[in-house]
Design a binder for this molecule. Structure first.
Ligand code: LLP
Length: 432
């Protein structure tokens, strides 16, 4: 094969004047469906999942895909068929799991603000576990389950107070953020849960943040959680499972300070060694990975509309925007950007920006590109937290999505039209 995989995105390869995902030339897809267009590789998703499965070989472990990373139905279908459960954070996500053929019995429900209606919906669907995030939520869940004459399986999300060393917006395990029950209050909260009607304590849970590239915060969090498991079980409450959340980072191939995360199997080799050493190696384990399963399986394709040279900056204006790929605007996140076809002309340094009326609408800064209007660019590593966070700002329809499988592809979401965007709205009566 003459195709060379792109650094950071091993399922995207360059072949003469095009990029390929698996065996499908991306130019074929943009010609057929237009841009902006998200394209995902099924093999990349399954290969990311396989790294976790290798890590857990011979263990009692369940992988619950954190579907907030990418909740498109066909993506969920791929993970459901591969045997995954799902980590959800809303009733809407539960409806998606069911629509995609997922098993509600393998669903765990996270989030600090579950409503009573969402609790009822999840109880009736028979989910595996509620990851409860506060004492107040515990009381409400008890009431809701009791009223339905059901028992809610619960796990309490404990906040281990460790620094995940990631972006402050996506760090969740420190004392000063809204997630979980403080480590010091966890034992009392478990004792309260054990007394309440309508609840059955089944596990313990923690999640310390996202885009974590280092093993040490995980090891620290595990020690803190296992200390609690010791204490909770000494007090007479049995925990069937331990859930270590998600958070493993991906390689975004940043030109400077690129932090390479460990592979999922290496991470779990280290974590399982600690679990074994502390006598918990045979306990049922759960994890909630999101980004690491889909982030590098996706690209966003966008067409250059205009080149706009300026005194201080040159702008490359494309047809994708912050409403399609929100991570740069929200977190100043880096995504690699590369043209589909390479030109022999000299490169110019551009800020790659979208058409949305905000200065924050940028996709890449100071990128050296040899491009002309009409060229197509690929924004890499956009499988996670892009389409799932896309909006309709500026009445822009959300992009179409394609899933590639070998030499075949499927349109898994058509482009939204202006009609779609107005479908829920109504005018008021005209005044004379
Ligand atoms: N479990 C819980 C309870 C979570 O809150 C999250 C992510 C995950 C699992 C999955 O984490 P992952 O494996 O994907 O790191 N929008 C941000 C990321 C927000 C993460 C929110 N919670 C971004 O684009 O970087």
């Amino acid at each position: 094969m003459t195709n060379s995989p792109l650094a950071g995105s091993p399922f995207v390869a360059r072949q003469s004047k095009d990029l390929l995902i698996e065996q499908v030339p991306l130019s074929t897809l943009t010609t057929t469906y237009g841009t902006p267009l998200f394209v995902y590789s099924k093999a990349a998703m399954l290969s990311a999942l396989a790294a976790y499965q290798r890590g857990f070989a011979g263990r009692n472990a369940r992988i619950c895909y954190a579907m907030k990373a990418n909740s498109s139905l066909a993506v969920l279908q791929v993970f459901a068929q591969a045997g995954c459960g799902f980590d959800i954070v809303s009733g809407g996500e539960l409806a998606r799991v069911i629509a995609a053929g997922g098993d509600p019995g393998k669903v765990i429900f996270s989030g600090v603000g579950k409503t009573r209606a969402e609790m009822q919906q999840a109880l009736r669907a028979g989910i595996a576990c509620f990851n409860v995030e506060s004492e107040a939520e515990l009381e409400v869940l008890s009431e809701v389950a009791h009223a339905l004459e059901m028992r809610a399986p619960v796990s309490i999300r404990v906040n281990p107070n460790v620094d995940a060393k990631t972006h402050p917006y996506i760090s969740t395990g420190l004392k000063d953020n809204k997630f979980g029950v403080a480590h010091e209050r966890a034992l009392q909260t478990y004792q309260r849960a054990a007394q309440l009607h309508g609840l059955e304590v089944v596990g313990i849970d923690c999640h310390i943040g996202s885009q974590i590239t280092d093993v040490s915060p995980y090891l620290d969090a595990m020690d803190r959680v296992l200390d609690l498991v010791d204490a909770i079980e000494r007090s007479g409450i049995t925990l069937k499972h331990i859930d270590f959340g998600g958070g493993l980072g991906i390689d975004y191939n940043m030109p400077v300070d690129n932090e390479l995360p460990p592979s999922a199997d290496d991470l779990w080799r280290a974590l399982l060694a600690k679990l074994d050493a502390r006598g918990y190696g045979q306990r049922q384990l759960m994890i909630e990975p999101g980004r690491s399963l889909v982030g590098n399986a996706g690209v966003c394709l966008t067409t250059v509309e205009y080149l706009k040279p300026g005194e201080l900056k040159n702008f490359c204006i494309v047809d994708a925007a912050m409403n399609d790929v929100p991570r740069p605007a929200m977190y100043e996140a880096f995504h690699q950007i590369t043209p589909l076809a390479l030109r022999d002309t000299e490169s110019v340094v551009y800020d790659v920006v979208g058409p949305v009326c905000e200065s924050g609408d940028w996709l890449g800064r100071d990128r050296s590109l040899a491009v002309e209007a009409g060229d197509v660019l690929a924004i890499l590593s956009t499988g996670a937290y892009c389409m799932a966070m896309a909006s309709n700002y500026n009445t822009r329809g959300r992009a179409a999505e394609v899933l590639v499988d070998g030499n075949k592809w499927h349109l898994i979401r058509r482009r939204e039209t202006a009609q779609d965007l107005m479908a829920c709205e109504s005018l008021i009566p005209n005044t004379p």
